[in-house]
Design a protein around this ligand. Structure first.
Ligand code: HEC
Length: 483
Protein backbone atom coordinates (compact mmCIF):
# COMPACT_ATOMS: atom_id res chain seq x y z
CA UNK A 1 0.00 0.00 0.00
CA UNK A 2 2.82 2.34 0.80
CA UNK A 3 5.05 1.40 -2.12
CA UNK A 4 4.62 1.29 -5.90
CA UNK A 5 4.37 -2.46 -6.49
CA UNK A 6 6.68 -4.43 -8.72
CA UNK A 7 4.88 -7.31 -10.40
CA UNK A 8 5.97 -10.10 -12.75
CA UNK A 9 2.81 -11.35 -14.30
CA UNK A 10 4.02 -14.36 -16.29
CA UNK A 11 6.11 -15.83 -13.50
CA UNK A 12 4.35 -14.95 -10.25
CA UNK A 13 6.23 -12.82 -7.75
CA UNK A 14 6.54 -15.50 -5.09
CA UNK A 15 8.19 -17.77 -7.62
CA UNK A 16 10.96 -15.29 -8.34
CA UNK A 17 12.02 -15.18 -4.69
CA UNK A 18 11.63 -18.94 -4.33
CA UNK A 19 13.88 -19.73 -7.28
CA UNK A 20 16.69 -17.52 -6.08
CA UNK A 21 16.30 -18.65 -2.48
CA UNK A 22 16.37 -22.36 -3.22
CA UNK A 23 19.50 -22.13 -5.33
CA UNK A 24 21.05 -20.12 -2.54
CA UNK A 25 20.18 -22.68 0.12
CA UNK A 26 21.68 -25.50 -1.94
CA UNK A 27 24.92 -23.56 -2.27
CA UNK A 28 25.00 -22.17 1.25
CA UNK A 29 24.25 -25.44 3.01
CA UNK A 30 25.92 -27.79 0.58
CA UNK A 31 29.05 -25.86 -0.38
CA UNK A 32 29.69 -23.53 2.56
CA UNK A 33 28.21 -24.43 5.94
CA UNK A 34 28.44 -28.19 5.52
CA UNK A 35 31.27 -28.36 3.02
CA UNK A 36 34.02 -26.26 4.55
CA UNK A 37 34.37 -28.26 7.80
CA UNK A 38 34.27 -31.41 5.69
CA UNK A 39 37.02 -30.12 3.41
CA UNK A 40 39.09 -28.99 6.40
CA UNK A 41 38.77 -32.46 7.87
CA UNK A 42 39.97 -33.98 4.59
CA UNK A 43 42.86 -31.56 4.48
CA UNK A 44 43.85 -32.60 7.98
CA UNK A 45 43.62 -36.24 7.02
CA UNK A 46 46.03 -35.52 4.18
CA UNK A 47 48.62 -34.32 6.69
CA UNK A 48 48.12 -37.46 8.73
CA UNK A 49 48.59 -39.58 5.61
CA UNK A 50 51.84 -37.81 4.66
CA UNK A 51 55.09 -39.61 5.39
CA UNK A 52 57.60 -38.37 8.02
CA UNK A 53 59.45 -36.24 5.48
CA UNK A 54 56.34 -34.83 3.82
CA UNK A 55 54.01 -31.99 4.77
CA UNK A 56 51.02 -33.86 3.41
CA UNK A 57 49.99 -36.66 1.07
CA UNK A 58 50.31 -34.61 -2.10
CA UNK A 59 47.96 -36.60 -4.33
CA UNK A 60 45.30 -36.51 -1.62
CA UNK A 61 45.85 -32.84 -0.95
CA UNK A 62 45.55 -32.05 -4.66
CA UNK A 63 42.17 -33.80 -4.76
CA UNK A 64 40.92 -31.90 -1.70
CA UNK A 65 42.14 -28.62 -3.14
CA UNK A 66 40.29 -29.26 -6.39
CA UNK A 67 37.14 -30.06 -4.46
CA UNK A 68 37.53 -26.82 -2.57
CA UNK A 69 37.98 -24.99 -5.86
CA UNK A 70 34.41 -25.94 -6.76
CA UNK A 71 33.23 -24.68 -3.39
CA UNK A 72 35.27 -21.51 -3.77
CA UNK A 73 34.09 -20.65 -7.29
CA UNK A 74 30.43 -21.41 -6.68
CA UNK A 75 30.07 -19.83 -3.24
CA UNK A 76 31.84 -16.61 -4.15
CA UNK A 77 29.90 -16.15 -7.41
CA UNK A 78 26.47 -17.81 -7.51
CA UNK A 79 26.33 -18.17 -3.73
CA UNK A 80 27.06 -14.55 -2.99
CA UNK A 81 24.88 -13.28 -5.82
CA UNK A 82 21.84 -15.36 -4.88
CA UNK A 83 22.36 -14.43 -1.23
CA UNK A 84 22.09 -10.76 -2.02
CA UNK A 85 19.48 -11.63 -4.64
CA UNK A 86 17.11 -13.04 -2.04
CA UNK A 87 16.95 -9.77 -0.16
CA UNK A 88 16.91 -7.76 -3.35
CA UNK A 89 13.97 -9.68 -4.80
CA UNK A 90 12.17 -9.90 -1.47
CA UNK A 91 12.53 -6.16 -0.93
CA UNK A 92 11.16 -5.54 -4.42
CA UNK A 93 8.19 -7.85 -4.07
CA UNK A 94 7.47 -7.53 -0.39
CA UNK A 95 8.82 -4.12 0.63
CA UNK A 96 6.66 -3.69 3.73
CA UNK A 97 7.67 -6.97 5.27
CA UNK A 98 11.36 -6.37 4.65
CA UNK A 99 10.83 -2.91 6.14
CA UNK A 100 9.37 -4.41 9.31
CA UNK A 101 12.05 -7.08 9.53
CA UNK A 102 14.79 -4.48 9.21
CA UNK A 103 13.23 -2.47 12.03
CA UNK A 104 13.20 -5.52 14.31
CA UNK A 105 16.50 -7.05 13.28
CA UNK A 106 18.50 -3.99 12.39
CA UNK A 107 21.62 -4.95 14.36
CA UNK A 108 21.19 -8.61 13.54
CA UNK A 109 21.22 -7.76 9.87
CA UNK A 110 24.06 -5.34 10.23
CA UNK A 111 26.14 -8.02 11.93
CA UNK A 112 25.10 -10.55 9.31
CA UNK A 113 26.27 -8.32 6.46
CA UNK A 114 29.65 -7.82 8.06
CA UNK A 115 29.98 -11.51 8.84
CA UNK A 116 28.94 -12.35 5.28
CA UNK A 117 31.48 -10.04 3.66
CA UNK A 118 34.17 -11.41 5.96
CA UNK A 119 33.13 -14.94 5.10
CA UNK A 120 33.61 -14.30 1.39
CA UNK A 121 37.03 -12.76 2.07
CA UNK A 122 38.01 -15.67 4.32
CA UNK A 123 36.94 -18.24 1.73
CA UNK A 124 39.20 -16.46 -0.75
CA UNK A 125 42.08 -16.45 1.69
CA UNK A 126 41.58 -20.10 2.56
CA UNK A 127 41.51 -21.20 -1.05
CA UNK A 128 44.14 -18.86 -2.45
CA UNK A 129 46.74 -19.61 0.25
CA UNK A 130 46.34 -23.36 -0.13
CA UNK A 131 49.33 -23.92 -2.39
CA UNK A 132 51.71 -21.81 -0.33
CA UNK A 133 50.68 -23.52 2.86
CA UNK A 134 52.09 -26.79 1.52
CA UNK A 135 55.65 -25.46 1.91
CA UNK A 136 56.02 -26.24 5.58
CA UNK A 137 54.18 -28.23 8.19
CA UNK A 138 53.70 -25.14 10.32
CA UNK A 139 52.12 -23.24 7.46
CA UNK A 140 49.91 -26.22 6.66
CA UNK A 141 48.72 -26.48 10.23
CA UNK A 142 47.97 -22.79 10.30
CA UNK A 143 46.00 -23.23 7.09
CA UNK A 144 43.98 -26.04 8.62
CA UNK A 145 43.26 -23.97 11.73
CA UNK A 146 42.07 -21.23 9.42
CA UNK A 147 39.77 -23.78 7.78
CA UNK A 148 38.13 -24.52 11.15
CA UNK A 149 37.80 -20.83 11.84
CA UNK A 150 36.17 -20.30 8.44
CA UNK A 151 33.78 -23.19 9.17
CA UNK A 152 32.61 -21.46 12.32
CA UNK A 153 32.14 -18.25 10.40
CA UNK A 154 30.04 -19.83 7.65
CA UNK A 155 27.87 -21.39 10.31
CA UNK A 156 27.44 -18.01 11.99
CA UNK A 157 25.98 -16.33 8.88
CA UNK A 158 23.41 -19.10 8.68
CA UNK A 159 22.70 -18.91 12.41
CA UNK A 160 21.83 -15.20 12.20
CA UNK A 161 19.55 -15.52 9.20
CA UNK A 162 17.68 -18.48 10.66
CA UNK A 163 16.58 -16.22 13.53
CA UNK A 164 14.78 -14.06 10.97
CA UNK A 165 13.27 -17.05 9.17
CA UNK A 166 11.98 -18.44 12.46
CA UNK A 167 10.59 -15.04 13.39
CA UNK A 168 8.61 -14.81 10.16
CA UNK A 169 6.97 -18.14 10.92
CA UNK A 170 6.14 -17.36 14.51
CA UNK A 171 7.27 -14.12 16.21
CA UNK A 172 6.38 -15.57 19.62
CA UNK A 173 6.07 -13.04 22.42
CA UNK A 174 7.35 -10.24 20.17
CA UNK A 175 3.66 -9.73 19.34
CA UNK A 176 3.09 -8.53 22.92
CA UNK A 177 6.28 -6.56 23.26
CA UNK A 178 8.17 -5.47 20.16
CA UNK A 179 11.80 -5.86 21.17
CA UNK A 180 14.84 -7.24 19.38
CA UNK A 181 15.40 -9.86 22.08
CA UNK A 182 11.81 -11.08 21.90
CA UNK A 183 12.16 -11.33 18.13
CA UNK A 184 15.42 -13.21 18.40
CA UNK A 185 14.14 -15.74 20.91
CA UNK A 186 11.22 -16.81 18.74
CA UNK A 187 10.06 -20.37 19.35
CA UNK A 188 11.02 -21.82 15.95
CA UNK A 189 14.57 -20.42 15.87
CA UNK A 190 16.50 -23.07 17.76
CA UNK A 191 14.65 -26.12 16.43
CA UNK A 192 15.24 -24.82 12.91
CA UNK A 193 18.91 -24.12 13.53
CA UNK A 194 19.31 -27.50 15.16
CA UNK A 195 17.87 -29.05 12.04
CA UNK A 196 19.76 -27.00 9.47
CA UNK A 197 23.17 -27.55 11.05
CA UNK A 198 23.48 -31.35 10.73
CA UNK A 199 21.48 -31.28 7.49
CA UNK A 200 24.02 -28.89 5.96
CA UNK A 201 26.79 -31.30 7.01
CA UNK A 202 24.95 -34.18 5.35
CA UNK A 203 24.44 -32.21 2.12
CA UNK A 204 28.10 -31.21 2.29
CA UNK A 205 28.90 -34.93 2.37
CA UNK A 206 26.62 -35.54 -0.61
CA UNK A 207 28.57 -32.92 -2.56
CA UNK A 208 31.75 -34.62 -1.33
CA UNK A 209 30.78 -38.03 -2.74
CA UNK A 210 30.03 -36.44 -6.08
CA UNK A 211 33.22 -34.40 -6.31
CA UNK A 212 35.45 -37.32 -5.30
CA UNK A 213 33.94 -39.34 -8.11
CA UNK A 214 34.63 -36.50 -10.53
CA UNK A 215 38.16 -35.69 -9.39
CA UNK A 216 39.66 -39.16 -8.92
CA UNK A 217 40.21 -41.94 -11.43
CA UNK A 218 38.55 -45.30 -10.98
CA UNK A 219 41.81 -47.08 -10.21
CA UNK A 220 43.17 -44.29 -8.02
CA UNK A 221 44.26 -45.61 -4.60
CA UNK A 222 42.97 -42.53 -2.79
CA UNK A 223 39.40 -42.82 -4.05
CA UNK A 224 38.29 -45.67 -1.74
CA UNK A 225 39.78 -43.98 1.34
CA UNK A 226 38.26 -40.61 0.47
CA UNK A 227 34.89 -42.21 -0.20
CA UNK A 228 35.05 -44.07 3.11
CA UNK A 229 35.91 -40.91 5.04
CA UNK A 230 32.94 -39.19 3.41
CA UNK A 231 30.73 -42.15 4.26
CA UNK A 232 31.68 -41.95 7.93
CA UNK A 233 31.15 -38.18 7.93
CA UNK A 234 27.69 -38.62 6.41
CA UNK A 235 26.70 -41.48 8.70
CA UNK A 236 27.70 -39.49 11.76
CA UNK A 237 25.61 -36.46 10.86
CA UNK A 238 22.64 -38.26 9.34
CA UNK A 239 21.04 -39.48 12.60
CA UNK A 240 21.32 -35.99 14.06
CA UNK A 241 19.71 -34.53 10.97
CA UNK A 242 16.84 -37.03 11.16
CA UNK A 243 16.26 -36.52 14.89
CA UNK A 244 16.36 -32.76 14.49
CA UNK A 245 13.97 -32.99 11.53
CA UNK A 246 11.50 -34.94 13.66
CA UNK A 247 11.80 -32.42 16.47
CA UNK A 248 11.33 -29.50 14.08
CA UNK A 249 8.42 -31.30 12.42
CA UNK A 250 6.73 -31.56 15.81
CA UNK A 251 7.46 -27.99 16.88
CA UNK A 252 5.86 -26.40 13.80
CA UNK A 253 2.25 -27.52 14.16
CA UNK A 254 2.27 -26.79 17.87
CA UNK A 255 3.46 -23.26 17.32
CA UNK A 256 1.26 -22.77 14.28
CA UNK A 257 -1.94 -24.01 15.89
CA UNK A 258 -1.29 -22.44 19.26
CA UNK A 259 -0.25 -19.02 18.04
CA UNK A 260 -1.89 -18.50 14.72
CA UNK A 261 -5.48 -17.54 14.32
CA UNK A 262 -6.07 -19.66 11.22
CA UNK A 263 -6.21 -23.41 11.09
CA UNK A 264 -3.40 -25.17 9.28
CA UNK A 265 -5.24 -28.36 8.41
CA UNK A 266 -5.92 -27.43 4.81
CA UNK A 267 -5.63 -29.87 1.98
CA UNK A 268 -2.58 -28.20 0.53
CA UNK A 269 -0.80 -28.18 3.83
CA UNK A 270 -1.37 -31.85 4.49
CA UNK A 271 -0.26 -32.68 0.99
CA UNK A 272 3.06 -30.88 1.31
CA UNK A 273 3.52 -32.13 4.80
CA UNK A 274 3.11 -35.69 3.58
CA UNK A 275 5.49 -35.18 0.68
CA UNK A 276 8.01 -33.80 3.12
CA UNK A 277 7.72 -36.85 5.33
CA UNK A 278 8.31 -39.26 2.47
CA UNK A 279 11.09 -37.35 0.82
CA UNK A 280 12.92 -37.10 4.14
CA UNK A 281 12.59 -40.86 4.43
CA UNK A 282 13.65 -41.62 0.86
CA UNK A 283 16.46 -39.06 0.70
CA UNK A 284 18.02 -39.94 4.03
CA UNK A 285 17.78 -43.68 3.52
CA UNK A 286 19.27 -43.46 0.03
CA UNK A 287 22.21 -41.49 1.43
CA UNK A 288 22.58 -43.93 4.32
CA UNK A 289 22.50 -46.85 1.89
CA UNK A 290 25.15 -45.23 -0.27
CA UNK A 291 27.36 -44.59 2.75
CA UNK A 292 27.02 -48.15 4.03
CA UNK A 293 27.71 -49.53 0.57
CA UNK A 294 30.81 -47.35 0.31
CA UNK A 295 32.13 -48.72 3.61
CA UNK A 296 31.47 -52.24 2.48
CA UNK A 297 32.62 -52.13 -1.15
CA UNK A 298 34.47 -48.82 -1.63
CA UNK A 299 35.78 -49.84 -5.04
CA UNK A 300 32.40 -50.74 -6.43
CA UNK A 301 30.74 -47.34 -6.55
CA UNK A 302 29.67 -45.67 -9.76
CA UNK A 303 28.51 -42.18 -10.60
CA UNK A 304 24.80 -43.04 -10.83
CA UNK A 305 24.84 -44.48 -7.31
CA UNK A 306 26.17 -41.14 -6.09
CA UNK A 307 24.01 -38.86 -8.20
CA UNK A 308 20.64 -40.32 -7.14
CA UNK A 309 21.00 -39.68 -3.39
CA UNK A 310 22.61 -36.33 -4.21
CA UNK A 311 19.60 -35.18 -6.21
CA UNK A 312 17.20 -36.59 -3.63
CA UNK A 313 18.87 -34.75 -0.81
CA UNK A 314 18.68 -31.47 -2.73
CA UNK A 315 15.00 -32.29 -3.33
CA UNK A 316 14.59 -32.81 0.38
CA UNK A 317 16.08 -29.42 1.15
CA UNK A 318 14.01 -27.74 -1.58
CA UNK A 319 10.71 -29.18 -0.36
CA UNK A 320 11.60 -28.35 3.21
CA UNK A 321 11.97 -24.68 2.20
CA UNK A 322 8.75 -24.79 0.21
CA UNK A 323 6.85 -26.14 3.19
CA UNK A 324 8.42 -23.57 5.48
CA UNK A 325 7.20 -20.80 3.19
CA UNK A 326 3.77 -22.29 2.70
CA UNK A 327 2.78 -22.95 6.27
CA UNK A 328 3.47 -19.36 7.17
CA UNK A 329 0.54 -18.26 5.04
CA UNK A 330 -1.62 -16.21 5.17
CA UNK A 331 1.07 -14.28 6.99
CA UNK A 332 4.40 -12.99 5.79
CA UNK A 333 5.23 -12.27 9.44
CA UNK A 334 3.22 -14.56 11.68
CA UNK A 335 0.19 -12.98 13.35
CA UNK A 336 1.45 -9.54 12.42
CA UNK A 337 1.51 -8.86 8.68
CA UNK A 338 -0.41 -10.74 6.01
CA UNK A 339 1.24 -11.84 2.77
CA UNK A 340 -0.60 -9.04 0.97
CA UNK A 341 1.68 -6.73 3.06
CA UNK A 342 -1.20 -5.36 5.14
CA UNK A 343 -0.88 -5.48 8.91
CA UNK A 344 -3.58 -7.39 10.71
CA UNK A 345 -4.22 -4.47 13.05
CA UNK A 346 -4.97 -2.15 10.10
CA UNK A 347 -7.81 -4.31 8.80
CA UNK A 348 -10.75 -2.73 10.68
CA UNK A 349 -9.76 0.71 9.39
CA UNK A 350 -9.29 -0.44 5.80
CA UNK A 351 -12.48 -2.45 5.73
CA UNK A 352 -14.38 0.62 6.93
CA UNK A 353 -12.78 3.28 4.70
CA UNK A 354 -11.56 1.12 1.84
CA UNK A 355 -7.93 0.37 0.99
CA UNK A 356 -7.63 2.95 -1.78
CA UNK A 357 -8.27 5.84 0.56
CA UNK A 358 -5.20 4.84 2.55
CA UNK A 359 -3.08 3.67 -0.36
CA UNK A 360 -0.18 5.93 -1.27
CA UNK A 361 -0.10 4.90 -4.94
CA UNK A 362 -3.48 5.12 -6.64
CA UNK A 363 -5.28 7.80 -8.64
CA UNK A 364 -8.70 6.80 -7.38
CA UNK A 365 -10.19 8.95 -4.65
CA UNK A 366 -13.76 7.93 -5.34
CA UNK A 367 -15.00 4.95 -7.31
CA UNK A 368 -17.31 5.88 -10.19
CA UNK A 369 -18.62 3.93 -13.19
CA UNK A 370 -15.90 5.51 -15.33
CA UNK A 371 -12.94 4.56 -13.16
CA UNK A 372 -14.26 1.24 -11.85
CA UNK A 373 -11.82 -0.92 -13.79
CA UNK A 374 -8.86 1.17 -12.78
CA UNK A 375 -10.02 1.02 -9.16
CA UNK A 376 -10.44 -2.74 -9.47
CA UNK A 377 -6.96 -3.04 -10.85
CA UNK A 378 -5.50 -1.09 -7.93
CA UNK A 379 -7.45 -3.19 -5.44
CA UNK A 380 -6.22 -6.36 -7.12
CA UNK A 381 -2.66 -5.07 -7.08
CA UNK A 382 -2.83 -4.40 -3.36
CA UNK A 383 -4.96 -7.30 -2.18
CA UNK A 384 -4.17 -10.21 -4.49
CA UNK A 385 -1.10 -9.61 -6.70
CA UNK A 386 1.54 -10.77 -4.18
CA UNK A 387 0.20 -14.30 -4.71
CA UNK A 388 -1.88 -14.26 -7.90
CA UNK A 389 -1.13 -13.12 -11.42
CA UNK A 390 -3.66 -12.01 -14.01
CA UNK A 391 -2.60 -14.40 -16.78
CA UNK A 392 0.51 -16.25 -15.52
CA UNK A 393 1.23 -18.85 -12.83
CA UNK A 394 -1.57 -19.16 -10.21
CA UNK A 395 -3.62 -16.69 -12.24
CA UNK A 396 -6.75 -15.25 -10.70
CA UNK A 397 -8.75 -16.24 -13.76
CA UNK A 398 -7.64 -19.83 -13.47
CA UNK A 399 -8.41 -20.13 -9.74
CA UNK A 400 -11.91 -18.77 -10.27
CA UNK A 401 -12.53 -20.84 -13.39
CA UNK A 402 -11.49 -23.91 -11.43
CA UNK A 403 -14.42 -23.20 -9.14
CA UNK A 404 -17.03 -22.11 -11.67
CA UNK A 405 -16.02 -24.01 -14.80
CA UNK A 406 -12.99 -23.69 -17.08
CA UNK A 407 -13.62 -21.40 -20.05
CA UNK A 408 -17.01 -20.21 -18.78
CA UNK A 409 -17.55 -16.47 -18.34
CA UNK A 410 -16.95 -15.57 -14.70
CA UNK A 411 -19.92 -14.55 -12.60
CA UNK A 412 -19.43 -11.14 -11.02
CA UNK A 413 -21.98 -11.70 -8.27
CA UNK A 414 -20.55 -15.13 -7.51
CA UNK A 415 -17.09 -13.63 -7.07
CA UNK A 416 -18.50 -10.88 -4.89
CA UNK A 417 -20.07 -13.49 -2.65
CA UNK A 418 -16.91 -15.60 -2.51
CA UNK A 419 -14.15 -13.05 -1.89
CA UNK A 420 -15.21 -11.73 1.55
CA UNK A 421 -15.31 -15.34 2.79
CA UNK A 422 -12.28 -16.72 0.97
CA UNK A 423 -10.10 -16.91 4.11
CA UNK A 424 -12.56 -19.22 5.86
CA UNK A 425 -12.45 -22.04 3.37
CA UNK A 426 -8.87 -21.35 2.29
CA UNK A 427 -7.01 -20.26 5.39
CA UNK A 428 -3.76 -19.77 3.50
CA UNK A 429 -5.33 -16.61 2.03
CA UNK A 430 -5.62 -13.43 4.09
CA UNK A 431 -9.13 -12.00 4.55
CA UNK A 432 -10.25 -9.54 1.89
CA UNK A 433 -9.07 -6.14 3.18
CA UNK A 434 -11.25 -3.63 1.32
CA UNK A 435 -14.84 -2.31 1.48
CA UNK A 436 -18.04 -3.10 -0.51
CA UNK A 437 -17.49 -0.67 -3.39
CA UNK A 438 -13.95 -1.90 -3.86
CA UNK A 439 -15.21 -5.47 -3.90
CA UNK A 440 -17.54 -4.59 -6.73
CA UNK A 441 -14.69 -2.92 -8.63
CA UNK A 442 -12.41 -5.91 -8.02
CA UNK A 443 -14.97 -8.40 -9.30
CA UNK A 444 -15.56 -6.28 -12.42
CA UNK A 445 -11.84 -6.05 -13.01
CA UNK A 446 -11.34 -9.83 -12.73
CA UNK A 447 -14.19 -10.34 -15.17
CA UNK A 448 -12.59 -7.82 -17.50
CA UNK A 449 -9.23 -9.61 -17.22
CA UNK A 450 -10.87 -12.85 -18.29
CA UNK A 451 -12.82 -11.32 -21.18
CA UNK A 452 -10.04 -9.13 -22.56
CA UNK A 453 -7.02 -11.32 -21.85
CA UNK A 454 -5.01 -8.28 -20.75
CA UNK A 455 -2.21 -8.71 -18.29
CA UNK A 456 -1.53 -6.71 -15.15
CA UNK A 457 1.59 -4.60 -15.40
CA UNK A 458 3.73 -3.79 -12.40
CA UNK A 459 4.93 -0.29 -11.52
CA UNK A 460 8.26 -1.06 -13.14
CA UNK A 461 6.59 -0.80 -16.57
CA UNK A 462 3.23 0.94 -15.97
CA UNK A 463 4.61 3.59 -13.62
CA UNK A 464 2.63 4.72 -10.62
CA UNK A 465 0.75 7.73 -9.47
CA UNK A 466 0.63 9.33 -6.08
CA UNK A 467 -2.75 9.40 -4.36
CA UNK A 468 -4.01 12.99 -4.95
CA UNK A 469 -5.32 13.17 -1.38
CA UNK A 470 -1.87 12.34 -0.05
CA UNK A 471 -0.20 15.38 -1.60
CA UNK A 472 1.02 18.47 0.21
CA UNK A 473 -1.29 20.67 -1.90
CA UNK A 474 -4.27 18.64 -0.81
CA UNK A 475 -3.22 18.86 2.80
CA UNK A 476 -2.90 22.65 2.64
CA UNK A 477 -6.24 22.95 0.89
CA UNK A 478 -7.93 20.89 3.61
CA UNK A 479 -6.34 23.01 6.30
CA UNK A 480 -7.46 26.29 4.74
CA UNK A 481 -11.00 24.91 4.34
CA UNK A 482 -11.12 24.12 8.03
CA UNK A 483 -10.18 27.65 9.01
C1 HEC B 1 -1.08 -15.11 0.59
C2 HEC B 1 -1.23 -15.33 -0.79
C3 HEC B 1 -2.59 -15.09 -1.41
C4 HEC B 1 -3.30 -13.91 -1.49
C5 HEC B 1 -2.90 -12.55 -0.96
C6 HEC B 1 -4.49 -14.22 -2.22
N1 HEC B 1 -4.53 -15.55 -2.56
FE1 HEC B 1 -6.00 -16.51 -3.54
N2 HEC B 1 -4.98 -18.27 -3.38
C7 HEC B 1 -3.70 -18.39 -2.87
C8 HEC B 1 -3.25 -19.75 -3.04
C9 HEC B 1 -1.88 -20.31 -2.64
C10 HEC B 1 -4.33 -20.44 -3.67
C11 HEC B 1 -4.36 -21.90 -4.06
C12 HEC B 1 -3.98 -22.07 -5.49
C13 HEC B 1 -3.97 -23.53 -5.84
O1 HEC B 1 -5.05 -24.07 -6.06
O2 HEC B 1 -2.90 -24.09 -5.88
C14 HEC B 1 -5.39 -19.47 -3.85
C15 HEC B 1 -6.62 -19.78 -4.40
C16 HEC B 1 -7.59 -18.84 -4.70
C17 HEC B 1 -8.87 -19.15 -5.24
C18 HEC B 1 -9.39 -20.54 -5.55
C19 HEC B 1 -9.92 -21.11 -4.25
C20 HEC B 1 -10.43 -22.50 -4.34
O3 HEC B 1 -11.28 -22.83 -3.52
O4 HEC B 1 -9.95 -23.28 -5.19
C21 HEC B 1 -9.53 -17.96 -5.43
C22 HEC B 1 -10.91 -17.76 -6.02
C23 HEC B 1 -8.64 -16.91 -4.98
N3 HEC B 1 -7.49 -17.48 -4.54
C24 HEC B 1 -8.94 -15.56 -5.02
C25 HEC B 1 -8.16 -14.56 -4.44
C26 HEC B 1 -8.48 -13.15 -4.47
C27 HEC B 1 -9.68 -12.53 -5.17
C28 HEC B 1 -7.50 -12.51 -3.78
C29 HEC B 1 -7.37 -11.03 -3.49
C30 HEC B 1 -8.50 -10.39 -2.88
C31 HEC B 1 -6.57 -13.53 -3.32
N4 HEC B 1 -7.00 -14.75 -3.75
C32 HEC B 1 -5.45 -13.27 -2.55
C33 HEC B 1 -2.95 -17.41 -2.27
C34 HEC B 1 -3.37 -16.11 -2.10
Amino acid sequence: MDFPLFHLDWLNDRFLIAMIAIIHVFINHGLAVGFIPYITLLEQKGVMRGGPDQVTDLAWDKMVQRMMMVGFVITTTMGAMTGVGIWFSAALISPNSIGSLIRVFYWGWFTEWIVFVLEVIFIMIYFLTWKNSNKSLRAKQRHIRFGWFLSAFSWLTMAIIVAILGFMMDPGNWIEEHSFINGLTNPIYLPQLLFRTPTAMVIGGAFGFLLIMLFTKKESPIRPTAMKTTAIWTLLWLPMSILAAIHYYNVIPEAMTANMSTAVGTMEFELYYDILKYIILVATSSLALLAIWVLWKPKKVNLIMVIIPFVLSLGFLGIFERVREFIRKPYVIGDYMYSNLIREEDYPLLQRDGILKHATYTRITEITDENKLEAGRDVFMIACSRCHTSQGINSIIYVFEKMYGIGKPLDINGMKAYIPNMHNGRPYMPPYPGNEEELDALAHYIYYLQQSGTALEGSQSAGSQLNPTHSVEHFIEQKSKQQ
